[in-house]
Design a protein around this ligand. Structure first.
Ligand SMILES: Cc1cc2nc3c(=O)[nH]c(=O)nc-3n(C[C@H](O)[C@H](O)[C@H](O)COP(=O)(O)OP(=O)(O)OC[C@H]3O[C@@H](n4cnc5c(N)ncnc54)[C@H](O)[C@@H]3O)c2cc1C
Length: 298
């Protein structure tokens, strides 16, 4: 049987001005943005060109989206900077947890394709990089059409709903990401499972904290289930911030029950494998923090 194959229209603007002109030329359709293509190309039904009527804007050649700027307080990356380059450029200054998160993502070759903008705008699943940037209070610049093209900075938490679903105006371009240059006394990131081949078994956890002699004075913690979203809330931060160190066995078991219950009530029921892995990661983190505190206090 003959099946009609149509090609999508592809635009390749070279700067933000021609990007804006292209977008403004569309009245009823919203063109589809293409960054590294790693999420798009791994969609089951993407080939052959089933979506022949699709209008694609490739972001690859937009010069401004490849810029990188740094001062004493923050680093700013254009959306098309590959995450591998961020890890290389920021090796000495960016929070260690960010480098750990990037280095745990896929392989080096794939990381050279994955862009920071694409990592924050995936729709089918949540990346662990978006979660880590949430607890680091990163900010993003969005460009969106509303009669004319607007560009505005938002805290990352403002572009997701409470479960991590992307909530930006349709067709909006995330153009820059700003990350504060600061380190924390304690940074912990662990991921388990493969979010691409087995998203319902994969999960990750990220925590940054400031430690006092006998307790934690500040903490931010986030759990990610790639197929479901992320669980982040000030209530969990406060719970961890109030901990006395080292954490005793009885306090630990109460804490673990509370955290797992919290994830179930505020995100969703994790799969059995995700639950077992989350418990393992959380347990290892508490053990690690206890060891650190015991070393410090002798
Ligand atoms: C082999 C493999 C292994 C992987 N392993 C991991 C892993 O271990 N952990 C993990 O978290 N993830 C993993 N991923 C997922 C990966 O993180 C995502 O595929 C990636 O973040 C998408 O980035 P991209 O630049 O390729 O975006 P694309 O695939 O080009 O785009 C993704 C989505 O974002 C939109 N978009 C892209 N850029 C912008 C922008 N600037 N503004 C607005 N919208 C935009 C696109 O329209 C599309 O909907 C893996 C992927 C692959 C292929």
């Amino acid at each position: 049987m003959y099946a009609e194959l149509r090609s999508p229209n592809i635009h390749e603007p070279e700067n933000l001005t021609s990007y804006t002109n292209i977008i403004q030329g569309y009245k009823d359709t919203v063109p589809f943005l293409w960054a590294g293509g790693t999420e798009i190309m791994s969609e089951e039904d993407f080939y052959p060109a089933d979506r022949g009527s699709l209008e694609v804007v490739s972001l690859t050649r937009i010069e401004e989206l490849h810029h990188f700027l740094r001062n004493d307080r923050y680093a700013e990356f254009g959306a098309m900077v590959p995450i591998n380059d961020i890890a290389q450029a920021g090796k000495l200054v960016l929070p260690r947890i960010l480098l750990d998160t990037i280095n745990s993502t896929a392989t080096r070759t794939v990381r050279e394709r994955i862009t920071i903008g694409g990592s924050l705008c995936t729709k089918r699943f949540k990346t662990s990089l978006s979660s880590t940037l949430m607890i680091l209070d990163a900010a993003v610049e969005l460009r969106y059409l509303k009669k004319r093209m607007h560009s505005k900075w938002f805290q990352l938490s403002r572009i997701y709903d409470k479960n991590g679903r992307l909530e930006i105006p349709q067709g909006a371009l995330l153009s820059k990401v700003r990350i504060a240059i600061q380190q924390y006394d304690y940074q912990y990131f662990r991921a388990a499972g493969n979010p691409m081949s087995d998203p319902s078994g994969a999960c990750s956890m990220a925590l940054v904290a400031r430690l006092e002699q006998s307790g934690i004075s500040y903490a931010r913690i986030i759990f990610t289930l790639p197929d479901k979203g992320f669980c982040y809330n000030r209530e969990l931060d406060n719970l961890i911030s109030g901990l006395h160190l080292p954490v005793s066995i009885s306090a630990y078991s109460q804490l673990e029950d509370y955290v797992m219950e919290y994830i179930k009530n505020n995100l969703t029921q994790p799969s059995a494998l995700q639950e077992a892995r989350l418990k393992g990661i959380f347990h290892d983190m508490i053990k690690d923090i206890n060891e650190k505190v015991l070393c410090l206090t002798g």
